[in-house]
Design a binder for this molecule. Sequence first.
Ligand code: LLP
Length: 444
Amino acid sequence: MLLGTCRVNKLNHLEIGGCDAVELAKEFGTPLYVMDENLIRENCRTYLNSIRSLHENTDVIYAGKAFLTIEMCRIIEEEGLCLDVVSGGELYTAIKAQFPAKRIYFHGNNKSYDELKMAIEYGVGRIVVDNFYELELISDLSKKYPAKNIKVLLRLTPGIEAHTHDYIKTGQLDSKFGFGMENGQALLAVESALSIKGLKLMGFHCHIGSQIFEEEPFKDAAQIMVKFAKTVNDKYGFNTREIDFGGGFGIKYLETDRPLPVKEYIHALVTSVKKCCQNYDVPLPKISIEPGRAIIGEAGTTLYTVGAIKNIPGIRKYVSVDGGMSDNIRPALYGAKYTALIANKAASPKEERVSIAGKCCESGDMLIWDIDLPKIDPGDILAVFCTGAYHYSMASNYNMLPKPAVVFVKNNTARLVVRRQTYEDLLSNEVYLPPAKKVYTASM
Ligand code: LLP
C-alpha cells in the first residue's frame, strides 16, 4: 500500500519523498519515524480547500495531539491552518514555534489554573471550555487580565459516538468530556458563560469520535448542534457565531479500509449545517473542523531493523524488530492493525506468513499478526505504514527504550527534526546523589 510519495525504486527499495528508506535507516538508525512532508502539506490543502470552497467562514484546526513538534507547528502555520492544543506542554511547543496566538484553540477536560493563565497571557484565539470548574477558573483569570479579550467555545456532548463502522446515537450523557445536552447542563453553561464579564462566548464545539468512515454521524452532529443554536437564540437571544465539529475523519491503515474522500465528509457536514440553519432560521455560523489523524497519519512510516526470528513449525514465525509498543502503542491499546513491507525487498514476491513482534517484555507487544512478506532475514528493514498519528505523540520509554528520531523527507532530501533519545536522556531527569564514599581505617 504505497501512499503519498512512497514508491519502489530501481534497487527494489522503498523510497519516501525521493529518499531511499534503506539509506535513511543507515544514516539515522532505527526505529525511525519518517514523515512525508509533501503529503502533510497536501492533506492540509485538501481540507482547507474542500471546506473553503463550500463555506468561506471556517477554520481548519490541526489537532496537535496526533503529532506535534516545532517543525510541525511551522508547517501547519505556513499552510494556513489553526492549531488545537490540549495541555501546557502542547501550548509551550506552539509558543516555541512562534505559532500565531490567535490561531490557537485550547482544549482539554482538566485545564489547570496555570495552563489557563499561560493560554490567556499568550492570547490564544479560543479556549474550548469543558466544564463548570473551568468556567470558574476563567472567570477568576478574566478579572486578573481585564485587557484580554477571552473568547470561548463551550464543548457539548451531542450523544453521538462514532468509531470506524461503529456508530451509535446513544443520547448518552456518560462522558468525561463537555456539557451534557440532554440534562440541561449545556444550557446552564451558556447562562453561566454569558454572565461572566470579560469572557466572550463565540459558540459551541463537539467531537463525535475517531477514524469515522461514514458521513451520517457528521450530518447528525450538524442537526443537533444547529438545533441547540436555535434553542439558545430563542432562550437568551444569543447568536451562535461559530460551531466547531471536532475531528475524527477516517484514514487508510489497511488496503481494505474505505474512508470517504475528504470532499464527501466536508460536503455532508457543511450542507447539513446550511440546511439546518435554514430550517431553524438561525444565521449561518463559522463552521470549523479539527482533523488530526487525517492530516498526519498516512504521512508517517516507521522503519525498523529485523533481529531475532523464531519459527515454531506448524504454528507461527515470530519476527522481532528493534522497536514495538514503546513507539507504537496502538495495536496493544486498541487492537489497531497495520500493513508493512520489507524496505530492501520492496517489490519482491511474498513468500511467507509471519507475525511482527516488538522488543518489549510483554507478550502483548505485537505490531502485526499474520502478514505475508518476502523471505525475511535479520538485518532487513521493515517499513510499517500509516504511523504518523498518535505514534510519536504516544511513545514511551517502556523498558528504557530511547524514543526514535523523526525525519522529514521531501524532494530527495531528509531533515532530522527530532534526534533519537540517548541513554543519557533516559536518566536526565533523575535526581540522585553519588553514593558517599566509605572511608576504611585500620581499626575497622
Ligand atoms: N478534536 C478533539 C476535541 C479531539 O478530542 C480529537 C481527538 C481530535 C480533534 C482529533 O481527532 P482525529 O481527527 O485525529 O481522529 N489515540 C487515539 C485517538 C484519540 C483521539 C482523541 N481525540 C488513536 O491513536 O487512535
